[in-house]
Design a protein around this ligand. Sequence first.
Ligand code: NAD
Length: 426
Amino acid sequence: MPSAFVDDAKTITEDNPFESMMQRFDEAAAHLRLDPNIYKILRWPNREITLYIPVLMDDGNYQVFTGYRVQHNFARGPAKGGVRYSPDVTLDEVRALAAWMTWKCAVVNIPFGGGKGGIICDPRLMSPTELERLTRRYTSDLMDFIGPERDVPAPDMNTNEQVMAWMMDTYSMHVRHTVTAIVTGKPIEIGGSRGRREATGRGLLFVCNEACKKFNFEIAKTRVVVQGAGNVGGTAALLMHEAGYKVMGIADITGCLYNPKGLDVVGVMRYLRENKTVEGYTEAEHIPVSDFLELECEILMPAATENQITSHNADRVKCRILAEGANGPTTADADEIIVAKNIFVIPDILANAGGVTVSYFEWVQDRMGFFWTEKVVNERLQEIMVSSFNDVVAFAEKFKVNTRLAAYMLAIDRVAYDTRLRGIYA
Ligand code: NAD
């Protein structure tokens, strides 16, 4: 029978993060024998907003920036997810990131749906006042769609606590009272949570510890290679180093450092803070990124950006554990190769969920108006990361699937269950 439904299927390319996410989603849905009606609902984002944001630049002229906010799913609570400033932002990327937030919040079982935002801009070429005007206009244009009960933004690539402070202030000015719970990842002084800044990196440490226990790896002999030296990679490298791991490699967009004896991570991070580049650092070898991702190690942690491990290099990756700090660092086409090499994957929607978990704690504390000590935050984070790791491993064993598929299945099962409970299609 002819159907009124027209699917706007696109050409599938390996580096399209939305397609990468959908391939895993489809596979997990098939394994779960997901109800076809629930499948139809979950395969689309709930809402996509495109904004054209006029900004007065310091030279007196206007620029109009394109921005997005995608709200993927609300079945389990308000949308939750970061805002990214980058010249490479695309709607498909923001869509994928929003969907990953839905699955991530479900994997760690916190009461949020998924959302994500992005603005196409190059923040390195903008002054603080231009960035502030861009952030404020983006926030006020989204007033009808965001809020503590609707959608709660947070930092992501190239956005930080200052950007969140501007967003909170703009939202508060519009509603005429201070609303701290509108964003997470704020400065502690205005409602941020202790431990939020380090949360994603700390969550990575907790899941790596569990994986090492599983494989009986001795921490001091466990070699770690981290791509990305920002909030996620930089913090994870520091915490792993502090915990006694041998961090041999750290890379950022300016280059890749390698020292087989182990890097002085504190020194590397200090050098980066002072020089904004790894160029000129003398205590390590400088190697090309292709060699860097193929270093022999126990733990490879891609914590920078998407599409780093693809069908082109996956067969040369030589780690035992792939701990995905970034969102979507491995393409769907690389999955099969990684699985065939018997690499244990801690998938992004589990591995980097420490950030959103402490964002959830921040939202709870803001709404209570009562703030926890860092010790309490870290203990609760550890409890959630360890039990989520065990949930994913148990799901993988029960269904005899790899850990990435298990994480998607666990998440989709939870969101599908709640969608059915709410009776969305009754
Ligand atoms: P960030 O801006 O603080 O740092 C990004 C780092 O990656 C920088 O060191 C940068 O130089 C490096 N980088 C960027 N592109 C690169 C490339 N092509 N090659 C090598 N290095 C590159 O960003 P972040 O907050 O650390 O986010 C990193 C990743 O983690 C993103 O995928 C983000 O979505 C994800 N993530 C972030 C959080 C969080 O709490 N910040 C939580 C979950 C997931």
